[in-house]
Ligand binder design. Structure first.
Ligand code: GLP
Length: 255
């Protein structure tokens, strides 16, 4: 079962996740991080700036979960731009060691295989940060995605395009296609850390943590992983059936 930690606010979740990432990097200076975009992981990256001040991060490697297809790389909302702006630059990571799937129209068809090979060559992902879509997607694996899927091109769900329209001038500017690590790819990371905040995520979180494992709710694949930490605020936890048990278990966690 995932370890579910219910926190008062997103800043606290960011601190806890940043502790996990920072202690990984201290024990393994060339750690491989799985990096998520969207608004959810931002408190983690903010907390990491303080945590990692003075730590040599020049050998840390990273792989983003996903990218839009057909977006100009220089567009501020391309995930390449977001990862550079929110992670690589503020944390002082070595840019060439942080990869984002190739979302160019020419490259996207073969990008999945190349990305899988790059992750394998790095020895796999040590810690994968994850958000979750309001429809239960992880990465850009929309409902119906195979639980065994690998990095590939996908078509975004209308719900996801509506959710992400806030980052673009209008919904018509949100790309239709994406390239995403598959659910099978994500499950090979050695530690999954999923974060979710707000009422709009409550149903997806309940389905992911306590629902049946189903391709209809891709986040439920975390139940197949032996080491998952779920960090949620009260609103995102509001539909969890066993919330009291999670609180009790966390209070009584063995040192
Ligand atoms: C986006 C990303 C996901 C992210 C999710 C939630 O579309 N591809 O990786 O987890 O949707 O986004 P947010 O964190 O902004 O709610």
């Amino acid at each position: 079962m995932a370890e579910v930690v219910i926190v008062p606010d997103r800043e606290t979740a960011g601190e806890i996740a940043a502790d996990l990432v920072a202690s990984l990097i201290r024990s393994r200076p060339d750690a491989v991080l799985g990096l998520a975009t969207g608004s959810t992981p931002l408190p983690v990256y903010t907390a990491l700036r303080r945590r990692l001040a003075g730590t040599d991060v020049s050998r840390v490697r990273g792989f983003a979960l996903d990218e839009y297809v057909g977006i100009d790389l220089a567009h501020p909302e391309s995930y390449r731009s977001v990862i550079t702006r929110e992670v690589v630059e503020p944390l002082g990571l070595t840019p060439s060691l942080v990869q984002v799937p190739d979302g160019s129209l020419e490259g996207a068809g073969s990008a999945g295989e190349r990305y899988e090979a790059a992750i394998a060559a790095a020895g796999g992902v040590d810690l994968q940060l994850l958000g979750i879509g309001s429809n239960g997607h992880i990465g850009f694996n929309e409902p119906g995605s195979s639980l065994a899927s690998r990095t590939r091109m996908k078509t975004l769900a209308e719900q996801t395009r509506r959710d992400n329209a806030r980052f673009f001038p209008s919904i018509d500017d949100v790309p239709v296609w994406c390239i995403t690590q598959g659910i099978g790819t994500i499950l090979e990371a050695r530690h999954l850390v999923l974060l979710a905040f707000g009422e709009s995520k409550a149903a997806a979180v309940a389905g992911a943590v306590e629902g049946p494992v189903t391709a209809s709710l891709p986040g439920s694949a975390i139940q197949l992983h032996p080491r998952t930490t779920v960090l949620v605020d009260e609103a995102a936890a509001s539909r969890l059936r066993y919330a009291e048990y999670y609180r009790w278990a966390f209070r009584n966690k063995p040192a």
